[in-house]
Design a protein around this ligand. Structure first.
Ligand SMILES: Cc1ncc(COP(=O)(O)O)c(C=O)c1O
Length: 490
C-alpha cells in the first residue's frame, strides 16, 4: 500500500455512496433527525460519515479491515512497529502508555512537570512516581525537559522502575537529548514512554528535533490533532515492540476507549497521516520559514524577546522546534496573561497560551504572512503603548513553583479519608487533589504532596494575574481538600 492511499477515509466514502438504509445508531440518520440549523451548518457530508462500527466499517477495538490498514500505513509513516488510533486525545494514549507498563506498587520515573493525564494514570494504576526535577529556565520562568544525567541517576537508584516517561518536545518546543535518554534506559532494560503531544510534525523534517520513534523510544503518544492536521481529540499511540507488547498496549487502550468511536475523528487521522507522509516536509518547511521571519521581526521590537536557537546548548535544551514562538513580555511590566487579553481585545488575536511571563504562539502550514504580519504589527503597538512601564525598569522577579515533597502515593492520597481546610491554613498538610494552571495543565500540587507556603503564594500570583488555576473541587480556591488528621482528644 502507498502513503497516498487513505483506506479508512476511502472506505467510508464508498460506504456512503451505497447510501444504505440505516437502522443503527447514530440516531440522527445522516443528519435527517438532527436540529436543522446545526445540520445546515456542519453539512451533510460530515454527517454521512458520522457512523458507527458496523461490520463493513471495521472496529477500532479489534481492527481487521480498513482501520487496521490505516493504522499500518501510519506505523510505516511514523517508523513504528504498530500505531494505534486514539479517539480519546493524547491523554488517552498517555494513560495507555503508563498503565501498560506500571501496575500497583510499580515504580515509574517521570518528570514532575508532566501533563495531568500522566498523574491520572498513576492514580488509576496505583504506581509510585519517582519524580525527576525538570530543568528550570529562570529567565523565561518555564521548565524544560529532563537531562540524560538525571535519568541515569534515577535509574541507578531505582533500577526496578517499569518505565521512564519523557516529555519531548515540551509545550514550548524544547527537546532534550532523547536518543541518549533512550540508550541509558535501555541499558537498564527499561522502556521509554514519550509524551509527544507537541511533536507530531518533528518526524517529518530533518531540522526539527528527533522524534520518539527516530530516537528508538518504545512508545509515543503523539497528538496528530495538535500540529498534524487531524480533528481535535484524534491522536495516535506509536509502539516499538521488544520491551513492550503491542497486544497488551492494544488491550489497555481498548479498556480506556469509548465503544462509540467517532469515524470522523478516525478518518481525519487517516488523511492527516497521508498529508504528513507525502507533503509534510514541504509544509513544515514553509512553517519554519514563516516562524523564523516572525521571530526576527519580533526581536526587533523593544522590550520583547522571542526565543531562538541561542537557547540551545544545555542537556535539557539540546534541540528546539522553531515553529513555536515563545515571546517573553516581562520587560514590559506585563504578565503573559495581560498580553493575551490585550491581543484579544485590541487585535482579535488568540494565542496558544500565556503564563506569568510569556505568551506562546504556534505557526503551522495553516498560517500565511498575513497572520504573521498582524502579530508583529500588534506586538509593535503593544510595546509602544507600554514602553513607559518598561522604561521604569520594573522587571518582575521570576517566580517558579517549588516541587513539594511526596508524603503518600498519589493513589493512596486520592482515596484516603479527607477533609476541607481554608486555603490559607493548608500549608504543611497533605493535599488530596490536583491543582494546576491550564493550559499547560502541569500540576502545581498532586495528591499526596505536602502543601508549602511558597506554592500557595504561586497559586495566588497566578490567580491575581487572571490565569486559569484548575483542579480543586472548590474552584474559588477558598479551600483545599487535604488528608484528614486526627488530633489527640483532650
Ligand atoms: C504536554 C502535554 N501532554 C499531553 C497533553 C494531552 O493532549 P490531549 O489534549 O490531546 O489529550 C497535552 C495537552 O495540552 C500536553 O500539553
Amino acid at each position: 500500500m502507498s502513503q497516498l492511499e487513505t483506506p479508512l477515509f476511502t472506505g467510508l466514502l464508498e460506504h456512503m455512496k451505497k447510501n444504505p438504509v440505516q437502522f443503527h445508531i447514530p440516531g440522527h440518520k445522516k443528519g435527517a433527525g438532527m436540529d436543522p440549523e446545526f445540520r445546515a451548518f456542519i453539512g451533510d457530508n460530515a454527517l454521512a460519515i458520522d457512523l458507527i462500527n458496523i461490520s463493513p466499517l471495521d472496529d477500532l477495538h479489534h481492527p481487521k479491515g480498513m482501520i487496521k490498514r490505516a493504522q499500518e500505513l501510519a506505523a510505516e509513516a511514523f517508523g513504528a512497529d504498530y500505531t494505534f488510533f486514539s479517539v480519546q486525545g493524547t491523554s488517552g494514549a498517555i494513560m495507555t502508555m503508563v498503565m501498560s507498563v506500571a501496575g500497583p506498587g510499580d515504580k515509574i520515573i517521570v518528570p514532575r512537570n508532566v501533563h495531568k493525564s500522566v498523574m491520572s494514570a498513576i492514580v488509576f494504576s496505583g504506581a509510585t512516581p519517582i519524580f525527576i526535577h525538570p530543568e528550570i529556565d529562570k529567565e523565561l520562568g518555564i521548565s524544560h525537559g529532563i537531562t540524560p544525567q538525571a535519568v541515569e541517576k534515577a535509574l541507578r537508584q531505582h533500577p526496578d522502575a517499569k518505565g521512564v516517561l519523557v516529555i519531548n518536545p515540551t509545550y514550548f518546543g524544547i527537546a532534550g537529548d532523547l536518543k541518549k535518554i533512550v540508550d541509558i534506559a535501555h541499558s537498564y532494560n527499561v522502556p521509554v514512554l514519550v509524551d509527544e503531544a507537541h511533536g507530531v510534525h518533528i518526524h517529518f523534517h530533518e531540522d526539527l528535533p528527533l522524534s520518539a520513534m527516530q530516537a528508538g523510544a518504545d512508545m509515543a503518544a503523539t497528538s496528530v490533532h495538535k500540529l498534524g492536521g487531524s480533528l481535535t481529540q484524534s491522536s495516535i499511540l506509536n509502539v516499538r515492540e521488544g520491551l513492550v507488547s503491542a497486544k497488551h498496549v492494544q488491550a489497555i487502550l481498548s479498556m480506556l476507549t469509548t465503544t462509540s468511536t467517532s469515524y470522523l475523528l478516525l478518518a481525519s487521522l487517516d488523511v492527516a497521516r497521508k498529508q504528513l507522509a507525502t507533503k509534510g516536509r514541504e509544509l513544515i518547511d514553509k512553517a519554519i520559514r514563516l516562524a523564523d521571519w516572525t521571530r526576527r521581526q519580533i526581536n526587533e521590537i523593544p522590550y520583547l524577546y522571542c526565543v531562538g536557537e541561542e537557547i540551545l546548548g544545555t542537556e535539557a535544551t539540546y534541540d528546539y522546534d522553531p515553529t513555536k514562538l515563545i515571546i517573553s513580555v516581562k520587560e514590559l511590566g506585563l504578565t503573559g496573561h495581560d498580553v493575551e487579553r490585550w491581543l484579544r481585545e485590541t487585535y482579535n488575536i488568540e494565542v496558544e497560551l500565556s503564563d506569568l511571563y510569556n505568551i506562546l504562539c504556534i505557526i503551522t502550514s495553516g498560517d500565511t504572512e498575513r497572520e504573521a504580519s498582524l502579530l508583529v504589527e500588534a506586538l509593535r503597538r503593544l510595546s509602544k503603548q507600554f514602553s513607559h512601564q518598561a522604561e521604569k525598569g520594573v522587571k518582575p522577579k521570576v517566580l517558579l513553583p517549588d516541587i513539594p515533597a511526596l508524603a503518600l502515593t498519589p493513589r493512596d492520597a486520592f482515596y484516603a479519608e479527607t477533609e476541607v481546610v481554608p486555603f490559607h491554613e493548608s500549608a504543611g498538610r497533605i493535599i488530596a487533589e490536583f491543582v494546576m494552571v491550564y493550559p499547560p495543565g502541569i500540576p502545581i500540587f498532586i495528591p499526596g504532596e505536602i502543601i508549602t507556603e511558597e506554592n500557595l503564594k504561586y497559586i495566588e500570583t497566578n490567580l491575581a494575574a487572571g490565569l486559569p488555576v484548575q483542579g480543586p473541587e472548590d474552584d474559588t480556591l477558598q479551600t483545599l481538600r487535604v488528608i484528614k488528621e486526627y488530633k489527640p482528644i483532650r
